[in-house]
Write a protein that binds this ligand. Structure first.
Ligand SMILES: C[S@@+](CC[C@H](N)C(=O)[O-])C[C@H]1O[C@@H](n2cnc3c(N)ncnc32)[C@H](O)[C@@H]1O
Length: 305
């Protein structure tokens, strides 16, 4: 299934081999709700094997007969279960210390919860946008359980989300994608050309509308859980090459303790803007995780858009 990507996947045989292994359960804790010492007492009490992640000391992998999802710390909103790679955009967001956030594609609310616990004070808020109504109940239950304050729920197609008068400090564009990087837990369906074209148009439109909603100096984090360069580097490259792209700067992503590769320059007949090497690709065999792609773009202080 991933043969088309063989030329740019490092250690291809290791990549194929880890896809058959069980994906570890990972979670993070909210230090305002529970101390690390208390959390460890709980984890030991349940005789679990656990390990804090090398790159994120508020996150851990966990193995036990007792499921975290039915535990008291989970019910109390002290911990949240989330895949390791999916935590990266939220981890980057925390470092940017935004006051106002727009999450364009937010359900089930993992990344919204990660930044939501950092938003303190009356002037902070997060807009959690999700166009699919059936996905709102899980989004709301997660953000309520994690006690995220000042959440505004909206239901727009991200491509036509209104351009706000009060623009925001941070936008998450964690876009719908072909999800190839989740093959360790889900069955993946290969998209046909028509489906892929529709999806990439949506991804481009969400990125563009997200950027339009940024304050000068604000950041947008574009991410997918897929390998296809046409949903990753190609979207970022087209944005940078567009008129609006001249108001944005791709910021290199550096995460100590995490293994990853940088974005690729070409794929099949497509040549990408050289800047895309500042994006990152996380392969499953680099950290025993799922697969992910992340790009961080900052809006210039004196742009036109
Ligand atoms: C990768 S998931 C988001 C995961 C979420 N950010 C999290 O961390 O929990 C992508 C979401 O985008 C939503 N979506 C699909 N089409 C969309 C569109 N046109 N605009 C905005 N969101 C869309 C999907 O329903 C899905 O909930």
């Amino acid at each position: 299934m991933f043969q088309d990507y063989k030329s740019f996947i490092p250690d291809y045989s290791q990549f194929l081999s880890i896809l058959n292994e069980r994906l570890p359960t990972t979670a993070w804790f909210n230090p305002d709700q529970v101390s690390r010492d208390h959390l460890e007492l709980f984890l030991k009490h349940f005789k679990s094997e656990y390990r804090f992640l090398d790159w994120n000391n508020e996150a851990f992998s966990y193995k036990s007969k007792v499921s975290l999802g039915v535990s008291l710390p989970y019910a109390l909103g002290q911990i949240h279960i989330q895949e390791e790679v999916s935590m990266i955009p939220g981890y980057i967001a925390k470092g940017l210390k935004p006051q106002t956030v727009l999450d364009m594609c937010s359900s089930p609310g993992n990344k919204a919860a990660q930044i939501g616990i950092e938003l303190k004070g009356d002037n902070s808020y997060i807009i959690a946008n999700e166009p699919k109504l059936p996905r709102h109940s899980q989004l709301k239950s997660n953000l309520l359980r994690m006690k995220i304050p000042n959440v505004i729920y909206t239901k727009y197609d991200g491509a036509s989300f209104p351009v706000l008068k009060d623009k925001v400090d941070l936008v998450y564009a964690d876009v719908p994608c072909s999800c190839e990087g989740t093959s360790r837990k889900n069955k993946i369906k290969k998209l046909n050309q028509k489906e892929l074209n529709k999806l990439t148009m949506t991804q481009k439109a969400i990125l563009k509308r997200g950027f339009e909603n940024l304050k000068p100096g604000g950041h947008i984090i574009y991410s997918t859980c897929t390998y296809n360069p046409l949903e990753n580097e190609s979207i970022i490259s087209d944005f940078l090459n567009s008129e609006m792209g001249s108001d944005g700067e791709l910021i290199p992503v550096n995460i100590d303790g995490l293994s990853y590769s940088c974005g690729i320059h070409n794929f099949n007949s497509h040549e990408f803007n050289k800047e895309v090497e500042k994006t990152i690709r996380v392969w499953p065999h680099q950290n025993n995780s799922g697969g992910f792609f992340i790009a961080l773009i900052q809006k210039r202080a004196h742009g036109n858009h």
